[in-house]
Design a protein. Structure first.
Lengths: 234, 499
């Protein structure tokens, strides 16, 4: 990345929340611009294209989903949405229209920065396209070679069935990012299967048995309850 | 003998016996002929004359009892004529030779008429009594059935069933608030000949009773049937009004209970929220006003308590919101087929640091079938139970998460080796605002909602939750979830084959 610090667009109507985000992000070395309303953010974004967007779903003037859809018509900027617990439906909807990740209120600065790092790294990987960086994924003992279609655990190759590999490949391709049930089902099994969540769950359980030391306390294949799955990348 | 007798199952609505059908008169003729034959035989046997008369009177009595007044009168006259014609000399003519026979014949006619009138009247009364009894019985049956039924829909169903049984037609009950359209196929179509009766209870009209009878509907029009139908309608209206009233009372009770819960929730929350709030306000103002004068260690301590108290408040608020949602039924269960292992994993993942120093053993049989539940809610149950175990036991105490299959239920257990439950606590610990008597290890208290939420969630999944002391020390919390014997199949070849 360039030497210029990354620019964060904070779309948040609450002043105290903006103050907290501004202070924490500045301390972590980001540049910050702010918008109080969805409308203002959509006017501002093209003038000063951000490197990452932090969007509160509960805006006074328009649905946060509208903001995501609108941004996605012209930009692939990573978008992290902020919402409350118990609103899994909203999170899934935001992810399905193009958000990259979400934060659940209340969250710590550590979580905030981790999510933003993942989202930006993911965007960079997507931009890199077919380079070597994009075809290899490694976290701890797990190595996924997307080009050679091979998976290693502590340098020992693990054999997966074709469907298991396909699922693992998609997770690795989007490592660190939360992927919704619908997205995974559509990618692996095809559009007619987007409601058959038990397919996905059974295959995830199989993958965990092959890749996790303790499948009930996964290290790599993380469950985001009510939303989807995430392949840990840190 | 007769047609009427051959039909023992006259409904309570059977019309009063028909007067004088041609069969009755045919039977009358036959019986009188029989009497004639018998009388002839008696007379040939040279028995005393009165015996002959008695045989005729016997016939008249029988006819009057069997067939009523009309045939009775006919039989009386026939008896006199037959006696005169065949048995009073000169034979085969109505003329009478001996004048004293005129007296016999006169008395015989009067007696026969009186007897036939009296017996037929007795018979009518008996029939009337029988019909009345059947009516009362039908009404009683309906009343009893209605009394044993509760709930509007069931009442309507019972009333329809009973009435169709008694009247033998299609019955429907139209209540205001419904579309007014009877259920398809059940109610009489607008074109059909149906009888409509208002259902009027003590507090006014409650609906309309519609009855469509099978062919030959004129049967319904007798006053008796009409009366019974009206009585039934009255009972149905009464029952409907009673049930509406009961429902109203029930609603009011629920409202009172909800109100009570709300107020105790409020008082409990306001206390539980004020304490952390006071810590946060105090610490932050202290940092603002005299932060520069404080040592780095003091500043850090104050900041740490702000951080801790905030997360404590967050948990309380989340619990309160969840409880309110569960209580108001605002939660739509999003059940999906999933392995238990996954939700245990995500619960442990979310608890994260809270369990850092505790050995956690998870034992789930690998052949446990997929279960059908709402992952977010069951995760909440597990988080609350595990967090509870962590808060009520000393640091380093192990927590075990076990699963098994018992009959048609999956049994999930969260157990610790802490101080266990106080005697008698097992039963009340799932009530709202009840906190463990032992006190938490760090002196941290929740709003006493965690376990109440667990119970509510497990119950809407059709399971049970229980707490007890563990053999060998510690507490165990056990909840069940029904196992569906037919989980969806996952075929290995499903979906697109990857290229």
């Amino acid at each position: 990345m360039s030497d210029m610090p990354s620019l964060v667009l904070v779309i948040e109507d609450d002043a105290a929340m903006r103050r907290f985000l501004r202070a924490s992000l500045a301390a972590a070395g980001y540049r910050v611009t702010e918008a109080e309303t969805g409308d203002a953010s959509l006017k501002q974004a093209p003038l000063q294209p951000p490197d990452v967007v932090l969007l509160d779903l509960g805006l006074p003037d328009m649905d946060g989903l509208e903001v995501i859809r609108n941004l996605r018509t012209w930009s692939q900027v990573p978008i992290v949405v902020v919402s409350a617990r118990g609103q899994e439906k909203d999170k899934v909807a935001a992810l399905d229209v193009g958000a990259d990740d979400y934060l659940t209120k209340p969250f710590s600065v550590g979580e905030l920065l981790a999510r933003m790092r993942v989202a930006m790294r993911h965007a960079a990987r997507m931009a890199a396209g077919g380079s070597a960086e994009a075809t290899q994924f490694t976290v701890a003992d797990l190595k996924v070679d997307l080009a050679a279609r091979r998976i290693f655990l502590a340098d020992k190759e693990v054999h997966l069935t074709p469907l298991e590999y396909r699922l693992m490949g998609i997770l690795a391709h989007h490592a660190g990012k939360v992927l919704t049930h619908r997205f995974l089902l559509e990618q692996v099994w095809g559009p007619p299967y987007v409601e058959e969540t038990h397919y996905l769950r059974v295959y995830m359980a199989n993958l965990r048995r092959k890749l996790e030391a303790d499948p009930a306390r996964p290290r790599y294949l993380l469950t985001e309850q009510g939303v989807g799955y995430r392949l840990a990348d840190e | 003998m007769s047609e009427q007798q051959a039909n023992p199952d006259e409904g309570p609505l059977a019309a009063p016996e028909r007067q004088g059908s041609w069969q009755d008169y045919a039977w009358t003729a036959l019986i009188m002929a029989l009497c004639m034959g018998l009388a002839k035989a008696v007379s040939l046997a040279r028995l005393a004359e009165p015996n002959v008369v008695m045989i005729f009177l016997l016939g008249v009595v029988y006819v009057a009892i069997r067939f009523g007044r009309g045939p009775g009168v006919v039989a009386s006259v026939a008896a006199v004529l037959l006696y005169d014609f065949f048995l009073v000399p000169p034979f085969h003519t109505l003329a009478v030779a001996d004048a004293q026979y005129l007296l016999t014949l006169g008395v015989m006619l009067v007696v026969a008429l009186v007897i036939s009138t009296l017996t037929s009247r007795v018979r009518e009364h008996a029939g009337e009594a029988r019909r009345r009894e059947r009516r009362t019985e039908a009404l009683y049956r309906l009343t009893r059935q209605l009394a044993a039924t509760s709930g509007h829909d069931q009442l309507v169903a019972t009333a329809r069933r009973e009435l169709s049984e008694v009247f033998g037609g299609d019955v429907s009950i139209l209540l205001p608030g419904q579309d007014g359209a009877p259920e398809p196929g059940a109610g009489p179509p607008a074109s059909a000949k149906a009888l409509y009766l208002p259902l009027v209870g003590p507090d006014g009209p409650v609906g309309t009773l519609a009855i469509r009878l099978p062919q030959g509907t004129e049967r319904l029009l007798t006053p008796d049937q009409r009366q019974l139908l009206e009585a039934c309608a009255g009972q149905i209206a009464l029952a409907l009004q009673r049930s509406a009233l009961a429902e109203q009372t029930q609603r009011a009770l629920v409202q009172v209970e909800a109100e009570r819960v709300r107020s105790s929730l409020l008082s409990s929350i306001s206390h539980d929220l004020r304490t952390p709030l006071a810590v946060i306000a105090g610490s932050s103002s202290s940092l603002l006003e005299s932060g520069d004068a404080q040592t780095a260690a003091t500043r850090r301590e104050l900041l740490q308590s702000i951080c801790d108290e905030t997360s404590r408040m967050a948990i309380i608020i989340e619990n309160v919101l969840r409880m309110t949602q569960l209580q108001s039924g605002a939660i739509a269960l999003k059940k999906q087929w999933q392995p238990l292992e996954e939700v245990v994993g995500s619960a442990l993942g979310r608890l994260g640091k809270a369990l850092a120093d505790r050995p956690v053993a998870v034992r789930i049989p690998p052949d446990l079938p997929l279960l059908n539940f709402d992952g977010v809610l069951i995760e909440q149950v597990l988080i609350n139970l595990i967090d509870n175990a962590a808060r009520y036991t000393p640091p380093g105490t192990a927590v075990d998460i076990l699963a098994s299959v018992e009959g048609e239920h999956a049994v999930v257990e969260v157990a610790d080796r802490g101080p266990g439950l106080a005697p008698g606590e097992e039963r009340h610990i799932f009530d709202k605002f009840v906190r463990g008597a032992a006190g938490t290890i760090q002196g941290r208290r929740g709003a006493g909602l965690g376990l109440a939420i667990c119970r509510a969630i497990v119950q809407i999944h059709g399971g049970r939750i229980e707490a007890e002391n563990r053999p060998g020390g510690g507490a165990r919390f056990v909840f069940t979830m029904p196992i569906d014997l037919h989980p969806p199949a996952v075929s290995a070849e499903a979906g697109k084959v990857p290229e």
